[in-house]
Design a binder for this molecule. Structure first.
Ligand SMILES: [Zn+2]
Length: 218
């Protein structure tokens, strides 16, 4: 059961992807839990390296920091839906789960003008009701190939964990926020990503948004 709820390749509670096609040397950086006051530092870094990414935003954070949410979109990044209040969804009703993603969808579209096509479950935890919510809102669920644990690890450890694990089609999960907490410290994440990008480029990887990674023809 634990695997069904949290397993990155489990489809018990609805279809999800955790990796793109393996035939191209392309990968996707994803950032969860923003927007936060730390997001502009991440945007600056990505702009400097001309790297597109995908930001799974929390609806309540979008309403708190609409300018930052808009800046993400204005920089050309993809935005995904990471729920409205970042609840742990197990033992919740299907209606609760639908409302969490419906409210976030509205907040993100209303503030940024971009309607997400992707969803990521808070804590990677899915439950009964996810399948219906995905279907009703027309959202594709995206887990990850590698998670950086960047909310509690030093940059060296994050880089050391991610670098050897990257493969064609990998979806990397990092964070530009910390759930609903205001003004989180993004220092280790920014330092880690700043080291990862050039090293991965040296190995020949291209960075793409998740939608592009999954469907290169768009
Ligand atoms: Zn999250």
């Amino acid at each position: 059961m634990a695997w069904a709820v949290r397993g990155k390749s489990s489809s018990v509670f609805g279809p999800s992807v955790h990796r793109g096609p393996t035939n191209r040397r392309a990968i996707a950086l994803t950032f969860d839990d923003g927007p936060s006051e730390g997001t502009p530092r991440v945007l600056e870094l990505l702009a400097r390296h001309r790297v597109p990414a995908t930001f799974f935003q929390i609806g309540a954070n979008v309403e708190r920091l609409p300018e930052v949410a808009r800046a993400v979109r204005a920089a050309g990044h993809e935005i995904g839906n990471h729920s409205h209040t970042h609840p742990l969804c197990c033992f919740r009703s299907p209606e609760f789960i639908l409302q969490e993603f419906a409210r976030a969808q509205q907040a993100i579209a209303g503030v940024t003008g971009f309607s997400p096509a992707l969803l990521r479950a808070p804590f990677g935890v899915r439950w009964f009701g996810f399948r219906q919510a995905q279907h009703r809102l027309n959202l594709r669920a995206v887990m990850w190939t590698i998670i950086g644990y960047d909310w509690r690890r030093k940059a060296d450890i994050i880089v050391g964990r991610i670098l050897p694990a990257v493969v064609n089609g990998a979806i990397l999960c990092l964070h530009d926020g910390r759930e609903l907490r205001p003004d989180p410290d993004m220092g280790e994440t920014v330092a880690a990503v700043g080291r990862l990008i050039p090293r991965l480029r040296d190995r020949g990887y291209e960075f793409e948004t998740v939608s592009r990674l999954l469907c290169p023809m768009i």
